[in-house]
Write a new protein. Structure first.
Length: 69
């Protein structure tokens, strides 16, 4: 589901940087390397993925009583 994108913290804590997660990479680029533009691009990619998944989630799991006849 859409909430699966929010578990990057658990993955990053358990695996460290051995398993790259996009949100973890954004944090690393900003905090460690001071590449603000790259971190912002990663954030935009994460936001776009979240919006696309949210749109399809709403379309697929829309209750039948809300559909227009």
């Amino acid at each position: 589901t859409l909430f699966a994108l929010q578990i990057f913290g658990d993955v990053w804590i358990l695996a460290g940087r051995d398993i790259p997660v996009l949100a973890g990479e954004a944090y690393y680029e900003q905090v460690m390397l001071h590449h603000t533009g790259v971190a912002a691009l990663y954030a935009l990619i994460i936001a776009a993925i979240s919006m696309v998944l949210g749109f399809f989630y709403i379309k697929v799991f829309r209750p039948k009583y809300l559909e227009v006849r």
